[in-house]
Design a protein. Structure first.
Length: 569
């Protein structure tokens, strides 16, 4: 039951007014007053107020569909408000495009990075802003100056495709600073970072603050919000409900302010792991460019490279991977993005063929099966990139409900699509998973990222899979929806579901996993005990550092011969 009341006044220092009080010395970088934005069938923002002080990190939090994205699109000039005013540096402004916002010192780093992989860092930064400092020595000098000044430590001549997630993020920040941004909007900036990378990002933000720049920080990770923010504004159901003082607020209080009611206390779950193997992977190897599948002879060499008869070395992006997941078991894979997780997912779902090794599902070899056959037999798939592999963004929600399950009920009856049943079931998913939408005929692109994710999770769980590949299942999802998705996975696990969980949220990995393994350079290098390891220790292991709560993975021969009771520890 939702409880609508003033929350956390007095001791908790939650202020129900629209913005934090400004001292005589402080000045305002950005002020949004009375912002209202309507779309057909829905009011995305209603009378929102937000005041961002210069030289501060201002966190903006709220549930999925609360209106955060719409509000930031308005501030960045991507949409125009129906009502309300925008003030930048004390002057009222009106933006018709992002170019207008950039000209007034507003920059935005999107959750999905907008970089060209085949260009260098310098080329990406300069692209579209050639008139500022040219494309030669002047541009390079300015990039170095900004990088040194704010501790970004970018490598100007490296190709973006060779950079990790944290380095790409710093390039995006550098891009907006290069264009003269004085207020930066960071949308879910820590979603795919390990703890050490989060610490480095926060150091960068402190450098920005010290120079008088302002940051609007959007995140669902409330612990991080409280650690980095100077002020917090909470919006719920499209309107401002209050502000919080980080030093006097707990994550739980902030979460309850977001949802408007008390959160349930999590229950301790008993182990549901059985001795029935569901997925068995043996010596799985995948080469970066097809390698062995090209039909040429190969000899392994040091450093994860293989020399082919045709000349040249090809990297093994998955290197002799072996594991078993049993019914009722969640096996978590921890690793910095780019260490083979994507290739493992693609091989398991059938998007990429294994160059060597095998995959068995319920005792049957599926190594050569097509994706469709795997899906029809009971392999569920929550993709790591919902835009590329999970949704048709310009299609309505009910068509997205059919996606990947076109031959299965309720979407099909015999050889024919059953559109009426698919539409009815889409309405059920929308209600059961709290997908915030005016209807099932709107496009997937019109939903916030978190609501898109809830639609995908609802679609996959509705088909009662026997094996679920869950890649970042709660990325971009608010705390209430996150708890709901976790409960759905736990309930299905009790009924015998086997889950491969890949996530950048280390608390999620530790909290959900029965067994936990670390992937590094395409190899499973260590086991971790979810009951004892900390996120900090796990983050260190992901970067190649040793930890006292880790064990080296057994040899492939040993593991292949191990019984279920050995693997399910």
């Amino acid at each position: 039951m939702r409880v609508e009341r003033p929350l956390f006044q007095g001791e908790c220092a939650i202020d129900a007014s629209s913005s934090p009080p400004l001292t005589a010395q402080s000045t305002t970088a950005v002020e949004l007053a009375g912002i209202t934005k309507r779309f057909p069938g829905v009011v995305a923002n209603h009378d929102i107020h937000l005041t961002v002080r210069k030289g501060t990190v201002h966190a903006l939090v709220g549930e999925n569909g609360a209106g955060k994205s719409t509000l930031m699109k308005i501030l960045y000039g991507m949409q125009k408000p129906d009502e309300g005013t925008i003030t930048v540096d004390g002057e009222q402004v009106s933006f018709s495009s992002p170019a207008d916002a950039i000209a007034r010192g507003i920059g935005m780093v999107h959750q999905h990075f907008m970089l060209a992989d085949n260009l260098t860092v310098v080329e990406n930064v300069v692209l579209g802003s050639e008139k500022l400092y040219g494309i030669g020595g002047g541009a390079r000098k300015k990039i170095k100056e900004i990088s040194d000044r704010y501790g970004l430590n970018v490598r100007p001549d490296v190709l973006v495709e060779e950079l990790g997630v944290a380095d790409r993020q710093r390039v995006e920040i550098l891009k907006v600073l290069y264009r003269g941004a004085r207020t930066l909007i960071l949308d879910e900036p820590t979603a795919v970072l390990v703890p050490q990378e989060v610490d480095a990002l926060f150091d960068n933000l402190r450098e920005l603050k010290s120079e008088g720049l302002s940051v609007i920080f959007i995140s669902h990770k409330l612990g991080e919000v409280l650690s980095v923010a100077d002020d917090i504004t909470v919006i719920r159901r499209g309107t401002t409900v209050g502000t919080a003082v980080p030093s006097k607020t707990t994550p739980r209080q902030l979460a309850e302010m977001m949802v408007g009611s008390e959160l349930p206390t999590p229950e301790t779950a008993e182990s549901t792991v059985t001795d029935k193997p569901v997925i068995e992977v043996r010596n799985l190897t995948v080469y970066a460019s097809g390698g062995a599948s090209l039909g040429v002879e190969a000899e392994p060499s040091a450093g994860g490279l293989t020399e082919f008869a045709g000349g040249g070395d090809v990297k093994r992006v998955l290197d002799d991977v072996t594991f078993t997941i049993h019914a009722g078991e969640v096996m978590g894979i921890a690793g910095v993005e780019g260490n083979g997780q994507t290739e493992l997912i693609d091989a398991l779902i059938g998007l990429k063929h294994a160059d060597s090794g095998s995959i068995a599902f319920l005792g049957e070899d599926i190594t050569a099966w097509a994706t469709r056959k795997r899906r029809e037999r009971g392999v569920g798939y929550i993709p790591e990139d919902r835009h590329r592999h999970g949704l048709l963004l310009e299609a309505p929600l009910w068509e997205n409900r059919i996606l990947g399950h076109v031959t299965e009920r309720p979407n099909a009856k015999g050889f024919w699509l059953d559109l009426k049943s698919a539409q009815e079931d889409t309405r059920r998913i929308v209600e059961e998973y709290d997908v915030r939408t005016p209807g099932i005929d709107v496009t997937a692109a019109s939903l916030s990222g978190g609501n898109q994710q809830k639609l995908i999770v609802g679609r996959e769980m509705s088909h009662k899979p026997k094996f679920l590949i869950a890649a970042h299942p709660t990325r971009g999802v608010d705390v209430g929806a996150q708890a709901q998705i976790w409960d759905q996975i736990r309930e299905a696990r009790r009924e015998g579901l086997a889950v491969l969980l890949i996530s950048a949220d280390l608390d999620e990995l530790i909290g959900l996993s029965d067994t936990l393994r670390v992937i590094y350079n395409g190899r499973l290098v260590a086991d971790a005990d979810p009951a004892t390891i900390t996120p900090e220790e796990l983050g260190s292991a992901m970067t190649g550092a040793a930890s006292g709560h880790l064990e080296h993975v057994a040899t492939d021969t040993d593991e292949a011969d191990a019984g279920p009771e050995d693997e399910a520890r």
